[in-house]
Design a protein around this ligand. Structure first.
Ligand code: 9MR
Length: 576
């Protein structure tokens, strides 16, 4: 299988910010510098230069050169780059490039909602559907869910929340990080000195049913999931009271396509876990401080749930979800919860100022440890979420401690810049073994989130440059010439694995909505379709825009939350 990768000049197919870096990658056999030309929409050369040979790129196996046209800053549409007899896909130079991506990426969450009819008047008739999993036949419903046999003697009303991804499962660990990233995208508009554009995330900015309620829509969207997280808590008086059930999903895997409201499978609560409990504690504690000005009663309820969850996790610190519990839904197993403890303690401390949480933070191995791994933070590795908030959210931390924490963010960002400098495609992910894995697009973006936060903290332009350049990879400057975001770029993913957006299988069904990001290149080839098609692929080539490839091409809430955070950063006029 040889994919059609189009022109050998690889650009961000959406475009470049006038005050941002502007680099492209040329795939060529040439080993010496070649001339390049930047052309306007009339084909007139507006800038020219020579390439920089980079040798063989470890992630793609390609011989590549880089092209740097950062010096050209004029806003223009439909530019192209030519080199070595090839002409790139067209792109723009525009200061407003990412404004619509901010709302598109956030809009994804409403369309993923469970337990509510999706209003075509808000998001277009193609995405309208009846409410799913409210117990209306053939659904067996999330309104009165039993546990798996032997796990508990009660049922929960666990309606609502977001479907995790292309399946109909709902998972507390992944819901927690996705909620936290939406909350942080909002919180950043209050804490970042260069942001100050909170209005862009205010009421009326998203097409959600709650618009017009005088609450920022992004908070309304986050609350939809928070309410569900709270419903997953074990009731008082029951064994493991205050813990959170790890997940809720179908008894058996279903096929594609399948509308949520047509899912006939029994739904089951799986056992509580310490990881899920701490995710709930962290997200609910953060939600409490952000919701306080808008709905004090909800904020109190969320904070009480967070405190109870944290205490329950401390009482049951090693209840792990089984790696083998993967029938009908993903396992999301994680046997190291030290990072979740750190994250939850950080959020509870930031919200309450209670010294006991700070004492726990200081006792954590992550207090002084390096929480910013080369592979990036993710649902199973959450300490960075706590560290970033300790660095940015006002608190009673002593000045020296705040300085230490902020320096750790900048140091991590410098390490990601060093990594990116070694990549001919410019992304903050190393090229060697272990780099391209399931969902890695979100890890790459999360490294950009660290870079962006370092920019917010220091004002140093190089950090913003690194964050911007990470998006070039996501939007087409890569070995496959692939934009991984639906509706964004000339050659963009549109057949992501989803039971809902299954146009590839049934033309009557929609593609994913604009602003849906695919998991991306995954050298693990963890699904049979990718395995048979792509066996032996170089890491950056291990992706296919086919609905069958869930391990390279699914949608997921924790991946779109990363995209939403960085798109919101990039949309802010935070030029150095
Ligand atoms: O995103 C998850 C990835 O990190 C794991 O390696 C993978 C296998 O356990 O599972 C991914 O999450 C999937 C979940 O298990 C079920 N819903 C779809 C998720 C995205 O593919």
């Amino acid at each position: 299988y040889v994919p059609d990768t189009g022109p050998r000049v690889r650009v961000n197919q959406v475009g470049y910010l006038p005050d941002g870096p502007k680099r492209a990658t040329l795939v060529t056999d040439a080993t010496t510098a070649l001339p390049w030309q930047l052309q306007n929409s009339a084909g007139v050369v507006v800038r020219s230069g020579t390439t920089t040979p980079r040798g063989t790129d470890a992630a793609s196996g390609q011989n590549v050169h880089t092209i740097d046209f950062t010096g050209y800053a004029a806003q223009a549409q439909h530019l192209t780059l030519a080199a070595d007899g090839e002409t790139s896909h067209p792109f723009d130079i525009s200061g407003t490039l990412y404004d619509q991506l901010r709302s598109d990426s956030l809009q994804f969450f409403y369309i993923q909602r469970s337990g509510i009819a999706i209003d075509g008047g808000l998001v277009g008739a193609a995405y309208a559907r009846p409410a799913g999993h409210l117990g209306v036949a053939p659904n067996q419903g999330d309104t009165d869910v039993p546990c798996q046999p032997g796990v508990c003697d009660y049922r929960l009303d666990a309606r609502g929340g977001w479907y995790d991804a292309g399946d109909h499962g709902k998972y507390v660990v992944n819901g927690g990080i996705a909620t936290a990233q939406l909350l942080s995208a909002y919180e950043r508009t209050k804490t970042a000195p260069t942001a100050g554009f909170g209005a862009a995330l205010g009421d009326g900015t998203l097409r959600v049913p709650e618009r017009g309620n005088n609450v920022p829509d992004i908070l309304d969207e986050a609350r939809w999931e928070l309410e569900w997280l709270l419903r997953m808590q074990v009731p008082a008086g029951k064994p493991l009271a205050g813990m959170a059930h790890h997940k809720l999903h179908d008894q058996n895997w279903t096929g594609l396509p399948l509308a949520p409201q047509a899912d006939p499978q029994p739904r089951e609560l799986h056992p509580p876990s310490t990881a899920a409990t701490l995710n709930l504690a962290a997200a609910a504690a953060q939600g409490a401080r952000l919701w306080a000005p808008y709905d004090a009663a909800f904020a109190d309820r969320a904070l009480a749930a967070a405190r109870t969850a944290y205490a329950a996790a401390k009482a049951h610190p090693a209840v792990y979800a089984s790696a083998n519990d993967g029938n009908g839904g993903g396992a999301y197993s994680d046997n190291d919860v030290t990072d979740e403890f750190y994250w939850a303690a950080a959020e509870l401390y930031l919200t309450t100022g209670t010294p006991a949480y700070r004492t726990d933070l200081e006792a954590s191995p992550h207090h002084t440890g390096d929480v910013f791994s080369a592979t990036g933070f993710s649902w199973g590795s959450t300490a960075a979420l706590g560290r970033l908030d300790l660095a940015t959210v006002p608190s009673g931390l002593p000045a020296a401690e705040r300085t230490r924490i902020r320096a750790s963010v900048a140091a991590a960002a410098d390490a990601y810049l060093a990594t990116a400098a070694g990549q001919a495609y410019g992304l903050p992910m190393f090229g060697g073994p272990g780099a391209y894995f399931w969902g890695a697009n979100s890890n790459i973006i999360n490294n950009a989130v660290v870079l962006a936060t370092a920019f917010d903290l220091t004002g140093q332009a190089r950090y913003r440059t690194g964050a911007v350049e990470a998006m070039d990879y996501v939007l087409g400057r890569n070995a496959l010439n692939q934009s991984y975001v639906t509706g964004w770029g000339e050659n963009a993913s549109e057949n992501q694995h989803s039971r809902i957006f299954a146009n590839q299988l049934d033309p009557a069904l929609p593609h994913p909505p604009a602003g849906s990001i695919a998991g991306g290149a995954n050298a693990g080839l963890d699904d049979p379709f990718a395995k048979q098609l792509l066996d032996g692929c170089e890491p950056m080539f291990c992706y296919v825009d086919d609905i069958n490839s869930y391990a390279t091409n699914e949608v997921a809430v924790n991946w779109n939350s990363a995209l939403a955070w960085i798109a919101s950063f990039l949309a802010d006029r935070s030029a150095p």
